[in-house]
Design a protein around this ligand. Structure first.
Ligand code: NDP
Length: 255
């Protein structure tokens, strides 16, 4: 049956940055499709609260608090998964941050922080996951890009560079790992209603711009990423490699 193509029962999914926002919604969607969840964020109350709520909703949830930019912490987390017998079948590289400032005024430390969190993290976590997926001969990696994987926007240049990099990292992963039965793809969300965009949603001018510029005429809801994420995590995408699927209400298709 076609619906079985999207069944994630028996799989374990690690979603980075799933204490809230898009990562949390994707994790919930995977749980509903039958996956065991490993949720992640930096150590703090947000992660435990999210874990508690997901468990209350009936999901099988492991908490893995680590900083995705810290190589030693990423390696240690995967060693703990090994010890606990947790095999990451599905990885979503979702953790990310934004920093809005004109480039001419930008400090190197802020440039680096954004590149580390939005791009280098996907290499670090992706490498640990792939080292274990390659011998198993299967695995699904989903990187979270952005409309800025294609288009630049003033005041968010390091983010734009990182997300452009995510598109090519995804293709690089496909180039090296597809032959090992791993599918690496990406999702490029449009403007979505999360904490990251709170200041923009509350700015009437920006809110009107998003609604006018998006053919769908509205912001996206985090749960609207679930369909693309489950597709890319499931058997349904076993011959899909190196693609980026934009879930953006049509924004990237129009002027
Ligand atoms: P949020 O700010 O709502 O959530 C970000 C998540 O990332 C949190 O769970 C946060 O957890 C985690 N995180 C941040 N830094 C680290 C770190 N160093 N290590 C581990 N976890 C970390 O963001 P969104 O949900 O809006 O964004 C999620 C992803 O989607 C990002 O990659 C973003 O660039 C991308 N995206 C978002 C769009 C949008 O419109 N919202 C549009 C296009 C792409 P904690 O703070 O607890 O550590």
């Amino acid at each position: 049956m076609a619906s079985n193509l999207f069944d994630l029962s028996g799989s374990t999914a690690l979603v980075t940055g799933s204490s809230r926002g898009l990562g949390r919604a994707i994790a919930e969607g995977f749980g509903a499709a039958g996956a065991r969840l490993i949720i992640n964020g930096r150590a703090g109350s947000g992660l435990s609260n999210a874990a508690g709520e997901l468990r209350a909703a009936g999901h099988d949830v492991h908490e893995a608090a680590f900083d995705v930019t810290n190589e030693a912490a990423v390696k240690a987390a995967f060693r703990r998964f090994d010890e606990e017998g947790l095999e990451v079948d599905i990885l979503v590289n979702n953790a990310g941050i934004q920093h809005r400032q004109p480039m001419a005024e930008l400090a190197l430390a802020d440039w680096q922080r954004v590149i580390d969190t939005n791009l280098t993290s996907a290499f670090l976590v992706g490498r640990e996951a792939a080292l274990r997926m390659i011998p198993r001969g299967r695995g699904k990696i989903i990187n979270i890009g952005s409309l800025t994987s294609e288009l630049a926007r003033a005041t968010v240049i390091p983010y734009t560079v990182a997300k452009g990099g995510i598109k090519m990292l995804t293709r690089g992963m496909a180039a090296e790992w597809a032959k090992s039965g791993i599918q690496a793809n990406a999702i490029g969300p449009g403007y979505m209603l999360t904490d990251m965009n709170e200041a923009l949603v509350n700015d009437p001018k920006f809110d009107a711009w998003v609604k006018g510029r998006t053919p769908a005429g509205r912001w996206g809801k985090p749960e609207e990423l679930i369909g693309a994420a489950v597709f890319l995590a499931s058997r349904a995408s076993d011959y899909v490699n190196g693609q980026i699927i934009y879930v953006d209400g049509g924004m990237l298709s129009v002027l």
